[in-house]
Every structure is written in C-alpha cells, then in structure tokens.
Design a protein around this ligand. Structure first.
Ligand code: NAD
Ligand code: MG
Length: 390
C-alpha cells in the first residue's frame, strides 16, 4: 500500500486531492501519514477520520483543543503550529502533496526534500522564493519534484523528457482573470469581491485575486524558470480566455506540442499521483467541436505590470524571488484588508524589490531557509512601508 501525506488538505487543491484519493479507494487503498490544514479543523478532522490518517495538524495552536475534540476516539494524533507541520512533513511517506498557500509551504516542502521524498508541488511559492536552494536539495537527496501547477504539469507532459536544447520556447497560458476586459481606468476601483471571481477555475481566494492581477502568472513564469531551468527569453505567456490549452512547447523543428484539458485541477494532481503511469481520472474529456474556437492574445503589460516584474526578477536572480514572493503576499494582504487599491499592488512590490536590491548580499541566492526568511521579512516590511509612503 502506498503511503501519502497532504499538506494544506483543506484548501481548494487539497479538496481536489481528497476527492481523487477517496474515489481511488480511500483508507483501503492508501496509508495516510499526515494531513495538515488551517482554521477549518472540523473539515480536517473529517478528512483525517475518513483516510485514517496517522496525524492531523492545524497551522494554528489556538485551534488545537478544537481539533483534539473533533478527533476524539479516532486514533488520529492531533498537533498544531508551523513546527508540527514541518515535523509531519518529515515523516516518511511515498508521496507528499504540498497544497499550502504562500511562503508557509516552503519549510515543510524542504522537509520532504531533505528526506529524499516525492514532492508533488502545487505550492508555487516554494520555487519562487527558494528555487536554487530547493532544486539543489532535491539533487543532493535524490528527491523527486512533480509539478502540480496546471501549466507546469502541462509543460512537463508536453516535454515528455526531451532535452531543453531543442526547445525554441515554452508558452504558458493565462485566462486573464476577472478584469481581462475591464477598461484600464476602472482597475483602481476594483473591489476585493470583484477580484475574487475567476471566469474558469474554482480556486482559493488568494490565487484567484493573483489571477486578476497576473501576479499568479508572474509567479508561474519564475516557477517554470526555476523548475525546468529554462531561460526567461524562451518563456512566453499568452492570454487564452478559455483555459483549455495550458501550455505549449515549441521545438526547433517548428513543431509545437500543446497540452489541452478541462480547467480541473484533478488532472494535474492525478497525473502527479499516478506518475510515471497514467490512470483514469474523473476529469471530463474535451469536446473541441462543442467548444468551437480557442483564442489567444499577447498580454497587455499596462494592464498586468506583474509580468514585467517577473522578467526583472529572473534577470536579477539572487534573492529577488524571495523578495518578490513575500512583497506580493504583503501587497495582497493589504489589498484584501482594504489598505491599498488593486492597482497599488504592483508598485508596492516594485518598491520592495528596489529597496532589497540596495542591500548587501541581494545578488546571492539564499543558501538556507534562514536566509530566505530574512529576505522575506525585509520584503514584507518594505511593501507595507510603501503603503505608508503613498
Ligand atoms: P487555499 O487557500 O484554498 O488552501 C490553502 C491551504 O493551506 C488550506 O489547507 C489552508 O488551511 C492552508 N494554510 C493556509 N495558511 C497556512 C499557513 N500559514 N500554514 C500552513 N497551512 C496554511 O489555496 P489553494 O487555492 O488550494 O492553493 C494552494 C496552493 O496551490 C497555492 O500555492 C496556489 O498558488 C497553488 N495552486 C492552486 C491552484 C488551484 O486551483 N487552487 C492551482 C494551481 C496552483
Ligand atoms: Mg497555474
């Protein structure tokens, strides 16, 4: 029986994974080691009971009594806090999904890599904040990273193990999010509720807002650069409102291999779960005749300045990814809390990058988690300060 762990089990990606695991036999088919979650401890306990997990961990210590009560008599161990999540991730499991949102996913992801495990990675922030550290640790321990972000799963499948040497460019698509067709002058007045609606994908609130600002695609461009080792000059983004083509690999011979599928995360999660094999998944096959047409356009960088910032981050290297990710998280917190406008997020992030670039050591990639967290703290502070300065 294969053993599995799911970090961030109660989120949007975590729920999709739970659906797949349950359909594929649940506790009779998988030995579940650890499930982790946040505030929704009732759901976490329900999942842990259903999969007969060894341990369930909430990120928040004040939620531990509630989690304990919900697990009473189940035999599932309960724990709380960031250190307990990292400890749970360090427990041996054949396959671990990281579906935590934000930089909080980095420490437990590193634990999985340190034990040489298979890390199915939805948490793109892990690679954005600490790409060189993460990839070198995986090489050192023999760990395997499987991309679960849909575009990266698509590139991985379209590349099919071929060398990057013969690749002319890699294109990832973007739906354009909630404000694709809004007049530019209206964006400054966009509300959190308006930014939290995605035309095609049903996802957590933070990534949904990041889709409207294209910060999500910016993170994904950096993620692709770090994971596949492809230079920024060969990485492209196309706006594709239907979200059917997820990525395309264009080869030097003019051929282009695209990956198409319904916008359903169960494909990418299920692909990583069954890799290197394929298994039937509860994802509807495409009916291209019913879809009729697929459209593509170049992204407008006036509307989505995050894409320009992503290229600058890749060009800068060093600590820029850690700074970019953390500053973006701060700016998003500030937008959600009503402290800044939707269009203030990119300038706040750019301000943080400029501040960090003046600091000693910026040109070097963080060598360990402590260094990543130091840049993370500096970036959040600088992004929040921009708000004060504005
Ligand atoms: P979500 O907000 O729905 O769920 C996040 C999960 O992380 C929840 O279980 C939550 O309890 C937990 N969590 C939140 N803060 C935490 C913290 N500080 N410490 C530990 N755990 C914490 O998010 P999501 O939409 O499922 O996205 C998860 C990750 O996957 C993100 O990195 C996102 O960018 C990526 N991703 C999501 C999708 C999608 O379809 N939702 C697609 C591609 C990539
Ligand atoms: Mg994606």
């Amino acid at each position: 029986m294969r053993s599995i762990s799911v970090l961030g089990a109660t989120g949007s990606v975590g729920e999709s994974a739970f659906d797949l695991l349950t359909r594929a036999g649940g506790a009779d088919a998988w030995r579940t080691v650890a499930l982790t979650g946040g505030t929704n401890v009732a759901r976490l306990a329900e999942m842990a009971r259903a999969l007969r997990a060894e341990i369930a961990v909430t990120a928040w210590p004040e939620k531990l009594p509630e989690l304990r009560a919900a697990l009473a008599g189940s035999g599932v161990e309960a724990a709380a806090g960031a250190a307990a999540i990292a400890e749970a991730a360090a427990r041996p499991a054949d396959w671990t999904l990281s579906a935590i949102v934000g930089a909080a996913g980095l420490p437990p992801g590193l634990e999985v890599l340190a034990r040489g495990g298979v890390l199915a990675l939805a948490n793109k922030e892990t690679l954005v904040a600490a790409g060189p550290l993460v990839m070198s640790m995986a090489r050192r321990t023999g760990a395997t990273i499987l991309p679960v972000d849909s575009e990266h799963s698509a590139v991985f499948q379209a590349l099919n193990g071929e060398s990057l040497d013969s690749v002319k460019h890699v294109t990832i698509t973007a739906s354009g999010g909630a404000f694709r067709d809004w007049p530019l002058e209206r964006l400054a007045r966009a509300t959190v509720a308006e930014a939290s609606c995605h035309p095609n994908w049903d996802m957590g609130q933070r990534i949904t807002i990041d889709s409207a600002s294209m910060f999500n695609k910016a993170l994904e461009v950096i993620e692709a650069h770090e994971f596949f080792g492809i230079d920024a000059g060969r990485l492209r983004v196309l706006v594709h409102p239907q979200s059917i083509v997820h990525a395309m690999v264009t080869h030097c011979d003019g051929g282009c291999i695209a990956h198409l599928g319904a916008p359903d995360m169960r494909h990418a999660i299920g692909y990583a779960l069954n890799w290197p094999e394929r298994a039937a998944l509860p994802v509807p096959a495409l009916d291209l005749a019913a879809l009729g047409s697929l459209t593509f356009a170049e992204p407008d960088e006036m509307r989505w300045p995050a894409l320009r910032l992503a290229r600058e981050v890749i060009a800068a290297g060093g600590a820029a990814g850690a700074v970019f990710n953390a500053a973006k998280e701060q700016a998003l917190d500030d937008f959600i809390a009503g402290r800044i406008r939707f269009t203030d997020m990119a300038p706040a992030v750019e301000h943080a990058l400029q501040r960090a670039a003046g600091q000693a050591g910026f040109a070097q990639s963080p060598a360990d988690l402590e260094q990543v967290l130091a840049w993370d703290g500096l970036a959040r502070h600088a992004a929040a300060q921009w708000r004060g300065a504005a």
